[in-house]
Design a protein around this ligand. Structure first.
Ligand code: F6P
Length: 329
């Protein structure tokens, strides 16, 4: 079998570990692997990985020492052209032209939407791996890159706590997550934040200010408010304004972590998840799977149809919110 592999959408730490796993697993089973550069856009432009000697197939050694690297050695993109019917048809033509039998796209919901469209014009098989820091896909407990993004955000919160405590300030720390509060909630819990604001919950500004006044009266010197960029109020800058206008008792500062969270070496959990899922995707293709994402649920490796991975909003655990509130009191 000739397998194409690509990374698409926002990069995520651990994508390289997943690419490595796909190649090592596929080559060891006697398959050929074509590395497609720059996601679906690279496929449209026939931009493929080549060895120094011009050899187009990826070998075991093509992926030496990339396990520990952040970013993606294949490159990535959010392709406008691929979103059109014309683009998808052209992508299908490219896969046929290069005699690719199966595709492993590594990415998030946009990548899997693309896979569903592609399957309407191409009869090869597709099994994807969830690579996104957002952890917003159903069919897996965690997505590749989420653990590292949270680790990075928690390190930042820890550092900000030092200066917040010295100056008796409140910091609003904005983390990524356009539609999901997972990064925010995990960061808030691990960073000991007093408040979290995210798309899944309503942020009651007057009630929050009341809570802050009580905390200050109790001698609390510093406050961490973790805000998901997709919070319904519009992010940390706006929430800061609203808190100030509502009488926030602390001097405030805003820090936007932004793309910092997407970089850096993947933490061990991401490397292990990526390795298991990359290998599982290849084994699943071998067994005839198609149209599904490889995921890990309660430790078990499972396949979930692409459409189901993004059909509904992945809920954040209520128990995490409850314990955060208990801790913050
Ligand atoms: O989907 C991953 C993600 O990092 C989101 O959390 C964020 O909103 C978005 O990508 C940022 O995208 P871009 O890199 O295109 O600015």
């Amino acid at each position: 079998m000739r397998i194409g592999v690509l990374t698409s959408g926002g990069d995520a730490p651990g994508m390289n570990a997943c690419v490595r796993a796909v190649i090592r697993s596929a080559v060891s089973k006697g398959h050929e692997v074509v590395g497609i550069l720059r996601g679906y856009q690279g496929l449209l432009e026939e931009d493929f990985f080549r060895q120094a000697e011009g050899e187009p197939l990826m070998k075991l050694r093509s992926v030496s020492h990339i396990l520990q690297l952040g970013g993606t050695v294949l490159g990535t993109s959010r392709s406008e052209l691929f979103r059109s019917e014309k683009g998808v048809k052209r992508a299908a033509d490219m896969l046929r032209k290069h005699r690719i039998d199966a595709l492993i796209p590594i990415g998030g919901d946009g990548t899997f939407h693309g896979a569903v469209e592609l399957a309407r014009h191409w009869d090869g098989r597709i099994v994807g791996c969830p690579g996104t820091i957002d952890n917003d896909l159903l069919g897996t407990d965690y997505t590749i890159g989420f653990a590292t993004a949270v680790h990075t955000a928690v390190e930042a919160v820890d550092k900000l706590r030092d200066t917040a405590e010295s100056h008796e300030r409140l910091f609003l720390v904005e983390v990524m997550g356009r539609h999901s509060g997972c990064i925010a909630l995990w960061t808030a819990l691990a960073g000991g934040a007093e408040v979290v604001a995210m798309p899944e919950t309503h942020t009651d500004v007057p009630a929050t200010v009341e809570h802050l006044i009580k905390l200050k009266a109790r001698g609390k010197k510093s406050i961490m408010v973790v805000v998901a960029e997709g919070d319904e109020l519009g992010g940390a800058v706006i929430l800061n304004e609203k808190l100030r206008l509502a009488g926030c008792p602390f001097d405030t500062r805003v820090v936007l972590l932004g793309h910092l969270q997407r970089g850096g070496a993947p933490v061990p959990d991401d490397r292990i998840l990526a390795t298991r899922l990359g290998d599982f995707a290849v084994r699943s293709l071998d067994e005839g799977a198609d149209g599904a994402m490889a995921g890990a649920v309660s430790g078990e490796l499972v396949l979930t149809p692409f459409e189901e991975t993004f059909a509904e909003h992945k809920a954040v655990p209520q128990s995490f919110l409850d314990v955060l509130r208990t801790m913050a009191n």
